[in-house]
Design a protein around this ligand. Structure first.
Ligand code: 0O2
Length: 206
């Protein structure tokens, strides 16, 4: 019967997908506008690239299970990362500039912030995570939709994507030694990020 329930929820989810897709579009446009404006004023782009993803019904099910939540629409609204936007910036300071300019916009509400740059995860993972809500305008009225925004540098993104694929390859094989080596890589990368930031500053200000 639980299979039947989940099939029904998947159908309901599909009707909701459009809302999350709309929210992704709104946030992406806001980010692109900020990046364009920056370029015209400061002659450089803080954003390197933007990636977006919509969580699949299957992953939503897995997450509901992980948190022991019932499979219904109410608990689905508890999942805040159905709409995901990843912003890859050139330099560390760009991350905070973009986060600030986005979250201070009048129609955006900041629900949650996790700064894994100031407080890296034990494995060395670094990124700024925001949960924001953005209004989307439908024929039936306005709705506030949550979006998870991950903001990181190119270097942090490089580490995160390789670490992610290594972990997915064989989770049981990530020994303590492998974790330690990955953590060390994250530290080296962080120091390169700082140096690149300094070089950028000295050229832009000098
Ligand atoms: P995937 O496969 O990327 O979708 P929750 O989101 O509720 O499960 P939490 O702790 O509130 O848990 O979320 P958190 O810490 O903000 O992390 C959410 C997302 O950040 C993850 O999504 C990853 O995308 C990314 N992330 C967090 N930690 C790591 C890490 O150590 N390495 C890498 N490569 N990415 C990380 P998902 O849904 O877990 O995974």
């Amino acid at each position: 019967s639980s299979l039947g329930d989940s099939e029904e929820l998947i159908l309901q989810f599909k009707s909701y997908q459009q809302r999350y897709t709309a929210a992704i579009k709104e946030v992406t446009t806001k980010l692109e506008i900020l990046d364009d404006e920056f370029k015209s004023i400061h002659e450089y782009n803080p954003i390197h690239n933007i990636e977006t993803r919509l969580k699949s019904p299957h992953s939503i099910m897995k997450k509901l299970e992980k948190y022991n939540l019932p499979r219904d629409l109410d608990s689905m609204s508890e999942i805040k990362d159905i709409a995901g936007v990843r912003v890859v910036c050139n330099y560390i300071e760009d991350i905070y500039t973009i986060a600030d300019l986005l979250t201070t916009q009048v129609d955006i509400t900041l629900e949650k912030k996790k700064d894994y740059i100031k407080n890296p995860k034990e494995n060395g993972y670094r990124s700024l995570h925001l949960i924001i809500t953005v209004p989307i305008f439908l024929s039936t009225g306005v709705e506030s939709i949550p979006v998870e925004v991950q903001i990181r540098t190119i270097a942090m993104d490089f580490w995160a994507s390789l670490e992610h694929s290594l972990r997915y390859k064989d989770p049981t094989d990530t020994t303590k030694d492998v974790i330690q080596r990955l953590t060390k890589c994250a530290e080296v990368i962080a120091s390169v990020d700082k140096e690149m930031q300094d070089i950028h500053k000295s050229i832009h200000q000098g």
